[in-house]
Design a protein around this ligand. Structure first.
Ligand SMILES: Cc1cc2nc3c(=O)[nH]c(=O)nc-3n(C[C@H](O)[C@H](O)[C@H](O)COP(=O)(O)OP(=O)(O)OC[C@H]3O[C@@H](n4cnc5c(N)ncnc54)[C@H](O)[C@@H]3O)c2cc1C
Length: 459
């Protein structure tokens, strides 16, 4: 391992939040005589986290308004959040490969046609979340690795060190100082004492570090847990509301378990599965400009409140559910036809072979979703309600996958510059449990990096 000296700043995780933390540090310390000693470690063999994986849809949403959470706006206030979104847009546009901007699309908000809005007005339990004009940009899944490579190369030029296959295993306080234990290729171990530690380990990192965060006395609570399904049907069935690759309409359906919302439409795209941790996976989807499928998958998500707001309760809820899914599906996500879900029969291989809609996900296990999907009746009702907006959604042949998850179960208490309750330890991106999506996670990294860079420069 190339690490000999303790870095000033150790960033753990090279997803978009970790990378933008380094960008913030570099910008804030640009005037400094001696460059800051910044190291980013990444446990995988490639950098970039979810954003660089071939499954991220790469829709950039420059608005931090959520249907049911405060997110970053709750931490920094709506005015600062707005300015940040604008700043992020400029930063990301500077590094976009020009092919991405040429092919990529900027999506206007009012993509839900009037005839659909009229239909929704007649459905008292349905509403639409509108976004400011042009705040969503579809960049293209295929550009993720190139965008990450550009950010990394500009950071390397500024002296930031990257170490892949290098994992944070332990973090503790020794006489009030941060002490980390790091392994390389799962064996060579080294101790580092950075002055500042930025944790950017994504949702998977929450699962891995829960006990250590508790030992460190990092203040945290439980998040409402988002659980739902991915729905896949012919693209023509939802073409009225998802009419191009960038469309991501947010419809909210009120029912007995609270709100169920649409999430992540993948126009003529593909269903995929992403594994955050050995105990946590999600089905999700992506679209690519160069290749189209015959289907448009989308997600339906509901927020489930555990019995108490403790982190243990939220984590327990996710772990129990995931253990069952992983056991039933032998590690694969579950699939059932909508017709079989309603009749509570398992879909047979021959039924699926002859089904009108062909799954774009390659590996799955057939199962009865009623056994595992919380609030299954409400999801079924929602699909029937949606059928009144886009006829043909609640068809027998529609494919239903489980589990779709979002947001980590833990919500770390952080200041407006992302510092945890432990001095000089920061938490950014999905690891902190307060941001969702690429741009919001990037913004949290930028805020944190700017603060750390400024503090060190002043010192
Ligand atoms: C399939 C899919 C599609 C998505 N599509 C979109 C989209 O179109 N638009 C959008 O806005 N959002 C999308 N998202 C969400 C978005 O990708 C995330 O919000 C964002 O990438 C989170 O960034 P992050 O830096 O917080 O975490 P991550 O990207 O998860 O990065 C965390 C990094 O930390 C590393 N790590 C973890 N533990 C350790 C350790 N102990 N030591 C060292 N390294 C460690 C991980 O390997 C990983 O590289 C999608 C998510 C998924 C799963």
């Amino acid at each position: 391992m190339k690490l000999r000296n303790d870095p000033d700043i150790l960033i753990v995780g090279s997803g978009v939040s970790g990378l933008l933390a380094a960008v913030g540090i570099a910008k804030a310390s640009a005037q400094r005589e001696r460059a800051l000693n910044v190291t980013i470690i990444e446990k995988r063999s490639r950098i970039g986290g979810v954003m660089a994986s071939p499954v991220s849809d790469l829709k950039f949403t420059y608005s931090f308004k959520h249907s049911h959470r405060e997110g970053l706006t709750g931490l920094v206030g709506s005015k600062v959040a707005e300015q940040l979104a604008f700043k992020l847009r400029n930063i990301l546009h500077e590094i976009l490969p020009h092919t991405a901007t040429e092919d990529g699309l900027t999506i206007p908000t009012h993509y839900i046609p009037t005839k659909i809005k009229d239909k929704i007005q007649n459905l008292p339990r349905v509403s639409i979340i509108e976004r400011p004009l042009g705040c969503i940009e579809y960049i293209g899944t295929e550009y993720g690795p190139e965008i990450v490579a550009r950010i990394a190369s500009s950071l390397s030029e500024k002296g930031v060190r990257f170490l892949t296959k290098t994992s944070l295993d332990r973090v503790e306080l020794a006489s009030g100082k941060i002490l980390t234990r790091i392994s390389h290729n799962s064996d060579e171990l080294i101790s580092l004492k950075p002055r500042f530690l930025i944790l950017a380990m994504g949702i998977g990192g929450q699962m891995q570090f829960f006990n250590q965060l508790k030992n460190l006395k990092v203040t945290m609570s439980g998040n409402e847990v988002d659980i739902g399904i991915k729905v896949e049907m012919p693209w023509t069935s939802v073409s009225d509301i998802a009419s191009n690759i960038g469309c991501n309409p947010k419809l909210v359906f009120r029912n007995s378990i609270g709100n169920i919302r649409t999430f992540c439409f993948n126009y003529r795209g593909f269903v995929t599965c992403y594994r955050f941790h050995r105990h946590l996976m999600t089905v999700d989807g992506y679209s690519i400009l160069a290749r189209q499928s015959s289907n448009t998958p989308f997600s339906l998500l509901a927020g489930f409140k555990p019995k108490s707001e403790t982190p243990e309760a939220s984590l327990g809820l996710v772990m129990r559910l995931m253990k069952r899914v992983i056991q039933i599906g032998h590690g694969q996500p579950l699939l059932q036809l909508f017709g079989d879900l309603e009749r509570s029969t398992i879909t047979s291989a021959s039924t699926l072979r002859n089904n009108k809609v062909k799954p774009t996900l390659k590996h799955f296990a057939m199962s009865k979703l009623y056994n595992v999907l919380p609030g299954a009746d409400s999801f079924v009702d929602t699909l029937h309600e949606m059928d009144q907006i886009c006829p043909e959604v609640a068809q027998k042949s529609t494919l239903i996958y489980f589990p779709q998850t979002a947001w980590g179960p833990l919500k770390l208490q952080v200041s407006s510059c992302m510092e945890t309750s432990v001095e000089n330890i920061f938490a950014v991106g999905e690891f902190c449990g307060q941001t969702q999506g690429i741009v919001e996670s990037a913004a949290s990294g930028l805020i944190c990096g700017t603060e750390v860079g400024t503090r060190l420069t002043a010192a």
